[in-house]
Ligand binder design. Structure first.
Ligand SMILES: [Ca+2]
Ligand SMILES: [Ca+2]
Length: 226
């Protein structure tokens, strides 16, 4: 199993929201919805591909086999859901074009990543997310940086917006006034937020964003007869 196992367990637990050790069709459907607009047929097809013993649930063994066969996909899933709370970042930033409803592409300069490398900022716009507590949060002026590996939330920018960000006892908490906006446990060395990207209009239903990559890969797998 090697190094992949802890990562797979973490993702499996995120899929298995009721914690019964199996991913049901409803749970799989919820994850795929988080990733974008997915039809009931897509969900069933995906379930059939992963649920190799056909009992209607994905157990960890089936999930692990799927991850080993398709290591890229689960990494992508983690990226879609997860933002890293970064005290060092000057801006919010993401490599994901599909998180932005629209933006005008132009050169916004460069950003330093991984201490040594620099990368181009090719777009900038607000991104609206729904936190793990179901609160809506507008991340202002998020930089689109394709070379990033993670989605970053800048603590400095939240502070500028009068949010209170606290790190304590292996947790972090984001609040504004008396409202707790997000609250999550530290994972390994990282403070993270699991959030859904959602539409900009206040009352609009969540805007779908492209799930092309996922579809392309699943489609590809089907072609290979998996
Ligand atoms: Ca479950
Ligand atoms: Ca099964």
């Amino acid at each position: 199993m090697g190094d992949l196992t802890p990562e797979m367990e973490r993702i499996f637990k995120r899929f298995d929201t009721n914690g019964d050790g199996k991913i049901s069709l409803a749970e799989l459907s919820e994850v795929l919805r988080t990733l974008g607009s997915t039809s009931a047929d897509d969900v069933k097809r995906t379930m059939a591909e992963i649920d190799t013993d056909g009992d209607g649930n994905i157990d960890f063994k089936e999930f692990a086999a799927f991850c080993h066969a398709n290591p890229g996909i689960m990494k992508d899933v983690a990226k879609y859901l997860e933002w890293i709370i970064d005290t060092g970042a000057s801006y919010h930033a993401t490599p994901r074009r599909e998180f932005f409803a629209t933006y005008k592409s132009r050169n916004f300069g460069i950003v330093k990543i991984d201490n040594y490398d620099t990368a181009n900022i090719i777009g900038m716009r607000d991104i609206h997310i729904k936190t793990n507590l179901g609160c809506k949060l507008v991340l202002k002026d998020v930089r689109h940086v394709i070379d990033l590996r993670l989605n970053l939330i800048s603590v400095g920018r939240l502070d500028d917006e009068d949010f209170d960000v606290r790190f304590y006892k292996g947790q972090w908490k984001l609040s504004k006034g008396s409202l707790i906006v997000a609250n999550e446990k530290k994972c390994h060395t990282l403070y993270r937020l699991q959030a859904k990207v959602c539409g900009e209009q206040l009352n609009a239903t969540e805007k779908d964003f492209s799930i092309e990559l996922w579809h392309r890969r699943l489609g590809h797998m089907s072609e290979k007869g998996l």
